[in-house]
Design a protein around this ligand. Sequence first.
Ligand SMILES: [Zn+2]
Length: 131
Amino acid sequence: MTRQGRPVRALSRTELVDQLVTRLVACRMRRRISQGTLAVLLGISQQALSQWEGRRTRPSRRMQRVWALTLGEEPLPERPPVRETCGTQPGYEHHRRTGEDQCDPCADAQVEYMRAYRAARAGRPGPAVAA
Ligand SMILES: [Zn+2]
């Protein structure tokens, strides 16, 4: 798999997962672990693992991580999804509720929100212009 001759761009999540699957299948074979054994370690059926490896189904983010870590491979970096609400305090809450890391715009929004909240509680107006 080479990227020669193609413009460099960020890989989509699908492409990243595809690369991860390629890496994990190669790792399992290199280490001579059977699908059945690995499936037991992952707590899933061999059929499910076979479908992941054959790209007929795609494991959840959490299981992608468990799969990689079980094989001693580096999982994909955790990157929070970006939503329409990103950059707002509800956007921040959404990340938090779903157990994700917040994205930078949401982290900033939360800082602003807390600043305004503390100012309101202190009974004085918040700064007119954000620092
Ligand atoms: Zn966000």
